[in-house]
Design a protein. Structure first.
Length: 108
């Protein structure tokens, strides 16, 4: 996983849906890069597991509950991250969608 994270990365906070393998791998890889993670997921149990994995890797992750399919929950979580941790330097959205896809469009 470390090959996917730039060796020069100095991220103060990173947001990622944390319940899946990719989010957990990021939370574990970031400490080796001098970065910390702010992780998002719907489940408090999954968040606690991801934070524990990050801690064991030498990290300092913070957990924030949010359903990333709900725009208002994501906005609220981002505000909470910035209030507690300061500005977010990098964001990684690795949420997956199962089902038919429609046209892509830009939105705020």
């Amino acid at each position: 996983m470390s090959s996917r994270v730039s060796a020069g990365l100095r991220v103060k906070s990173l947001s990622s849906p944390a319940a899946g393998a990719d989010g957990r791998a990021l939370a574990q890889a970031l400490p080796a890069q001098g970065a910390s993670a702010a992780v998002l997921a719907r489940s408090a149990t999954e968040l606690a597991e991801t934070v524990a994995l990050s801690d064991r890797a030498g990290g300092r992750a913070s957990a924030f509950a949010a359903d990333v399919t709900e725009a208002q929950e994501v906005r609220s979580a981002m505000a909470a991250v910035e209030q507690r941790r300061g500005p977010i330097d990098r964001r990684v959205n690795n949420a997956g969608i199962v089902g038919p896809l429609g046209r892509f469009a830009e939105s705020d």
